[in-house]
Design a protein around this ligand. Structure first.
Ligand SMILES: Cc1cc2nc3c(=O)[nH]c(=O)nc-3n(C[C@H](O)[C@H](O)[C@H](O)COP(=O)(O)OP(=O)(O)OC[C@H]3O[C@@H](n4cnc5c(N)ncnc54)[C@H](O)[C@@H]3O)c2cc1C
Length: 409
């Protein structure tokens, strides 16, 4: 089983897609990988990496053709993300972050607003950021406090957004707020596109963080910001519906980043094990080390199948894509954390040094378990789905008990 395969039975690519993937493999191997450690030392936006990806058409793959993009299949996107994440989470998150920050504009902007903004995002000339989370509301969106009040010709937005990736460089923000006189909970949420220079919008300095350096986060303050009705994305109350496609894409993206990172970690660990001599032989000649590598390789391949099949479901518009995106995200990101910890153990003290990429992988791995719905949130979604599916099925044929023997009615 190769660590990375150009061809995978679950991920058939056509000629043009295979060429694009091969180009991205060269970028990762020759340009992004060698600079990844340096990029991760400074939490300033990684412009060089972003421009490299934009100039090779990778950013454009997230956008529709009629708006200046090349609209790649989700399958090709996860293959590209996996390749890049094998060496650099920052670069991979610049690809997935484009989905998060821009797809609500694609999904909800009027044709005029989309024509003004999306081609500039697809070319990489402009940046957008997605502002949903707040100091008091992450997993529980029912607690969002940012409010939109109807005003002559539009709305006035008031509130604070926290953890906003790209806020330091964004030219525009997708802001999700609840309508002051709309229904409560996520039903009342509405999305708006707010230009950075809108009066009353300000951004905090970059907030220092553990990893994912090169894609800084900041807070965004909305102090009575006027937004014209033409900048509402979708209908009133449709904010979460607009964001739904974005969140599914971003979840599959997180799963693909984790997949790539753990594949890279395994490669590093196996290559290290082949060289590192202890008591006269390479540590990789010990059965205990080989078993560690074998366990990791088998589990990673299972995660790869989940990620590719979630991507294929997305491309087929399968109605169960969302739950499979949750399964792939939870499984791949949790496994990645474990694999990176095991690879760190295998490298011994060297794993702890900044010169080796494993400490960077370790810091970055945590984020995939948190962003776009934590592992626990996805576990809740999957658990509820399992219960619902089971209750709609006929009783298991080997289960011939009467219901009251289960303690039920
Ligand atoms: C580096 C970084 C970048 C980010 N970028 C963005 C961005 O660009 N835009 C944006 O809007 N947001 C962004 N976020 C925010 C991110 O989406 C949230 O951090 C995430 O959704 C979790 O919310 P929270 O941090 O408020 O945690 P909480 O919701 O406070 O959760 C705390 C803990 O409780 C657990 N928990 C919550 N509910 C349940 C439950 N029902 N059952 C069991 N356990 C539960 C969680 O799993 C977690 O372990 C970013 C975050 C980080 C760290």
């Amino acid at each position: 089983m190769p660590l990375i395969a150009q061809n995978h039975p679950l991920a058939p690519l056509d000629g043009a897609e295979a060429e694009m993937l091969a180009r991205v493999q060269v970028l990762a191997q020759d340009h992004i990988g060698p600079k990844a450690n340096a990029v991760s030392r400074d939490d300033a936006f990684a412009w060089d990496t972003f421009r490299l990806l934009a100039s090779h058409g990778v950013i454009a793959t997230a956008f529709p053709r009629e708006l200046g993009g090349t609209e790649a299949s989700m399958l090709l996107r996860v293959r590209m993300i996996e390749e890049v994440a094998r060496v650099c989470s920052t670069a991979a998150s610049l690809i997935t972050g484009t989905d998060l920050s821009s797809r609500p504009i694609v999904a909800g902007a009027s044709p005029e607003l989309a024509a003004q903004t999306v081609p500039l995002l697809a070319s990489g000339e402009k940046q957008s950021a997605f502002a949903l989370t707040e100091p008091g509301a992450g997993s529980d969106l029912g607690r969002l406090c940012t409010v939109a009040r109807r005003d002559a010709g539009g709305y006035r937005l008031h509130g604070v957004k926290k953890f906003i990736t790209r806020a330091s460089v964004a030219d525009m923000f997708v802001v999700v707020a609840s309508l002051a006189d709309g229904p409560g909970g996520s039903k009342g949420l509405t999305a708006f596109l707010v230009p950075r220079d809108a009066a009353g919008l300000s951004v905090s300095p970059i907030i220092p963080k553990m990893g994912w350096h090169g894609v800084p986060i900041a807070e965004v303050y909305l102090d009575d910001v006027h937004v014209p009705a033409s900048h509402r994305l979708g209908e009133e109350g449709q904010g979460m519906a607009i964001a739904q496609d974005t969140l599914v894409r971003a979840r599959v993206g997180h799963a693909a980043i984790a997949l790539g990172r753990m594949t890279g970690a395994l490669q590093i660990a196996a290559q290290y094990a082949g060289h590192r001599q202890v008591s006269g032989k390479a540590i990789g000649e010990h059965q205990g080390i080989q078993w560690m590598l074998a366990d990791m390789a088998a589990r990673i391949e299972a995660a790869r199948c989940l990620v590719y099949s979630a991507a294929q479901r997305y491309d087929r518009k399968d109605p169960e894509t969302s739950i499979h995106a949750s399964i792939a995200k939870m499984h791949s990101t949790d496994l990645c954390m474990r694999v990176v910890v095991d690879c760190a153990q295998l490298l011994g003290g060297n794993s702890y040094l900044n010169a080796y990429p494993i400490e960077r992988f370790l810091r970055d791995a945590k984020m995939n378990q948190i962003g776009e719905g934590t592992s626990e949130v996805h576990k809740n979604l999957i658990g509820r789905h399992v219960m619902k599916t089971a209750s709609a099925m006929p009783q298991h044929p080997c289960l011939d008990f009467e219901p009251d023997l289960f303690g039920g009615a």
